[in-house]
Design a protein around this ligand. Structure first.
Ligand SMILES: *[C@@H]1O[C@H](CO)[C@@H](O)[C@H](O)[C@H]1NC(C)=O
Ligand SMILES: *[C@@H]1O[C@H](CO)[C@@H](O)[C@H](O)[C@H]1NC(C)=O
Ligand SMILES: *[C@@H]1O[C@H](CO)[C@@H](O)[C@H](O)[C@H]1NC(C)=O
Ligand SMILES: *[C@@H]1O[C@H](CO)[C@@H](O)[C@H](O)[C@H]1NC(C)=O
Ligand SMILES: *[C@@H]1O[C@H](CO)[C@@H](O)[C@H](O)[C@H]1NC(C)=O
Ligand SMILES: *[C@@H]1O[C@H](CO)[C@@H](O)[C@H](O)[C@H]1NC(C)=O
Ligand SMILES: *[C@@H]1O[C@H](CO)[C@@H](O)[C@H](O)[C@H]1NC(C)=O
Ligand SMILES: *[C@@H]1O[C@H](CO)[C@@H](O)[C@H](O)[C@H]1NC(C)=O
Ligand SMILES: *[C@@H]1O[C@H](CO)[C@@H](O)[C@H](O)[C@H]1NC(C)=O
Ligand SMILES: *[C@@H]1O[C@H](CO)[C@@H](O)[C@H](O)[C@H]1NC(C)=O
Ligand SMILES: *[C@@H]1O[C@H](CO)[C@@H](O)[C@H](O)[C@H]1NC(C)=O
Length: 298
């Protein structure tokens, strides 16, 4: 018992010394570590950095609303439901994430999730944020184009028939056409709104068929789409940061800001060895079993 107490006191003393030492070191700033997503699950989906909680943005080195994660990967876990804010305010339900050298995320626009029948209306483009390195993989994704509120009065009849759906507030005909079947031409001259959305590859369809025109295209939307990223698009200083066990902090302008180290220190590019050793001891909340380890570190 006395020897255990002794060890604890020794540990605490060393802790104090180290904290004091790091505060004395003026070269480093700190960040609020709660901004970094701990490895956890939301519902049955495993989530971790480079995702980040959209409502846990913080100040990094004077740059407000910065985040610990990649641009475009703001998530929210509400009541076991995982949503992603890809680009702007539109939210997508996340059905699955598989992490790897190419990470894949399966998404469905939240507006489509609960539609069982009738006409689904798209009201925004689905895009990846500029300067992010997220992409819609060609292998699994294709696109539907929505031409809403069109009038082709002065044109000869197109060889595509409009959908039978009428949308409130939009005069004229609307068309939902697989991108590879869209006839060339300046559609924006004739249509009120044009939206392009990624969808999972599906069985070839005839956009002139009754089923499709009566709202059947909605089934394709409800299957969602895939979003991926890999390491090749990472900014070089983010790569260096992650290789040093740090996490990349980005600004609202999607620029790499700084390297967020496990011990709460911020560095401009990478963490030093002492910035990463601490995590195991402190985050684990455990006393080291062997004070010899502490002595080596100190
Ligand atoms: C963030 O900083 C900018 C410029 O310094 C300022 O205009 C803006 O109001 C700040 N936003 C918040 C939420 O503090
Ligand atoms: C962030 O959102 C979650 C779920 O929506 C909520 O439980 C949590 O309190 C929010 N955190 C902050 C700091 O607003
Ligand atoms: C999570 O659970 C839901 C409903 O039980 C299921 O539909 C979905 O496929 C599951 N997702 C994963 C990634 O296991
Ligand atoms: C989720 O992704 C993993 C890995 O790609 C895959 O094995 C699994 O079947 C997927 N689950 C669902 C419900 O799609
Ligand atoms: C992600 O999808 C690509 C194909 O688009 C595949 O090659 C890769 O193995 C997938 N990654 C994981 C982790 O399943
Ligand atoms: C297409 O039409 C729109 C609206 O009339 C016009 O603003 C645009 O410049 C045209 N684009 C091309 C490539 O002609
Ligand atoms: C959506 O994308 C289409 C096709 O790329 C484009 O013509 C249209 O202007 C975009 N709409 C908005 C609101 O950005
Ligand atoms: C890796 O990501 C880049 C975009 O950052 C993409 O262009 C490239 O196709 C991806 N490579 C693979 C093998 O998916
Ligand atoms: C951090 O970067 C510097 C130079 O940029 C390099 O010399 C050093 O080895 C790097 N440290 C780690 C732990 O990667
Ligand atoms: C990251 O690298 C880019 C390009 O190499 C550079 O412009 C930028 O200033 C760097 N950012 C930081 C915080 O070092
Ligand atoms: C913090 O910002 C200052 C100037 O804005 C810069 O000199 C310093 O390198 C930054 N620190 C880190 C860790 O990025």
């Amino acid at each position: 018992m006395p020897s255990l107490l002794c060890r604890r006191q020794l540990f605490l003393l060393l802790l104090l010394l180290l904290v004091a030492a790091s505060h004395g070191d003026s070269s480093g700033d700190t960040y609020d570590t709660s901004m970094c997503l701990p490895e956890s699950t939301c519902g049955n989906i495993s989530i971790r950095y480079p995702f980040y909680f959209y409502n846990k943005t913080k100040d990094i080195n004077g740059s407000n609303n910065s985040y610990c994660g990649y641009p475009g990967l703001a998530i929210d876990c509400d009541d076991g439901k995982l949503t992603l804010q890809l680009n702007g305010a539109d939210k997508y339900k996340v059905n699955n994430i598989s992490y790897g050298s190419i990470t894949n995320v399966s998404l469905v626009d939240r507006d489509f999730v609960d539609y069982s029948s009738g006409c689904t209306k798209v009201d925004h483009n689905v895009t990846t944020p500029p300067a992010s390195w997220l992409f819609f993989p060609d292998m699994s994704v294709e696109y539907l184009v929505f031409f809403l509120g069109c009038s082709f009065m002065n044109l000869p009849r197109k060889n595509t028939d409009p959908i039978t759906c009428r949308f409130i507030g939009l005069a004229g005909q609307s068309y939902v056409i697989p991108k590879d079947q869209v006839l060339p031409g300046n559609w924006s001259q004739f249509c009120n709104q044009i939206f392009e959305v990624p969808v999972l590859k599906y069985q070839p369809v005839d956009p002139n068929s009754d089923a499709w025109r009566n709202g059947g295209y909605g089934q394709v939307l409800r299957q969602g789409f895939q979003l991926s990223w890999n390491d090749t698009g990472r900014p070089p200083n983010c790569t260096q940061c992650e290789e040093s066990k740090g996490r990349c902090g980005f600004s609202q302008n999607r620029e790499f800001l700084a390297c967020l180290c496990p011990n709460g220190r911020v560095h401009s590019v990478n963490c030093s060895a002492s910035d990463t050793e601490w995590e195991r001891e402190l985050i684990g909340g455990r006393m080291p079993s062997n004070s010899g380890v502490m002595l080596t570190m100190a």
